[in-house]
Design a binder for this molecule. Structure first.
Ligand code: ZN
Length: 239
């Protein structure tokens, strides 16, 4: 076996250099304390002069990380979800990218993967936490108030499968102890009681409801009449 000494030497040199760089970095990270980093981050936020030049501070990984995070927060760069080019609004830069993305996400393999991801407890918890934030809730409420969105939701809710889903959800919701107690309290309010009473009175007076009840109860009554005590004993004797 032939050993290429030139390459070997080069590699050794590289390794040594890497080690030295790493040590230097560790040294750099060590000479500044986290308190000074945090203080400088605070100063960047408030626009005060820094304790050290920015170029020097940027040597410290901890500072750089925090600074980048903050920069992202204040100056977010929005990119196309498909080709990663910079765009003004969240989404895709072109119709082409949109179609490409749709093709990608409609693959059964990708769909299954996404489904698995969104069903993870930690992901679910994260989403729940996000959508329960007051500012997000308010934003959503504002969005849903728009006429075009309202119309779209109405059409969506009319779909049979969606109707069934809403009904199932309401059934589960109404069974919750909290909801049950709420409903009990509500129905026992005097004004609500009175309203229910007048509604029921009006309801049972409706001709179609009366006809329905008549159709339901009359055969039952006839059956009941048939099975009076006398009839029963007579039948028993016949047996
Ligand atoms: Zn694009």
């Amino acid at each position: 076996m032939k050993i290429n000494f030139k390459n070997f030497k080069k590699k050794m040199k590289e390794m040594k250099e890497n080690k030295k760089n790493k040590k230097d970095k560790e040294k750099r990270d060590g000479v500044i304390c986290i308190r000074e980093i945090n203080e400088n981050i605070r100063r960047v936020e408030t626009g005060q002069p820094l304790t050290k030049p920015l170029a020097e501070l940027n040597y410290y990984c901890e500072f750089k990380k925090k600074f980048n995070e903050m920069d992202k927060l204040y100056h977010p760069i929005i990119v196309c979800s498909q080709c990663k080019c910079e765009v003004e609004k969240k989404g895709y830069c072109s119709e082409e990218c949109r179609i490409k993305a749709r093709e990608y996400y409609s693959q059964p393999k990708v769909k299954a993967k996404l489904k698995e991801y969104y069903q993870r407890p930690e992901v679910k918890a994260k989403h729940r936490e996000y959508y329960e934030r007051p500012e997000i809730k308010a934003k959503k409420r504002e969005y849903n108030k728009k006429p075009e969105v309202k119309a779209r939701i109405k059409v969506y809710n009319q779909r049979p499968e969606i109707k069934a889903r809403i009904r199932a959800r309401n059934r589960i919701y109404s069974q919750l102890p909290k909801r049950k107690a709420q409903q009990k309290e509500y129905s026992q309010r005097p004004e609500v009681k009175a309203r229910i009473k007048t509604y029921n009175k009006e309801y049972y007076q409706r001709p179609e409801i009366r006809a329905k009840y008549k159709a339901y109860y009359q055969p039952k009554r006839a059956k009941y009449k048939y099975k009076t005590k006398n009839d029963k004993t007579k039948n028993d004797k016949n047996d």
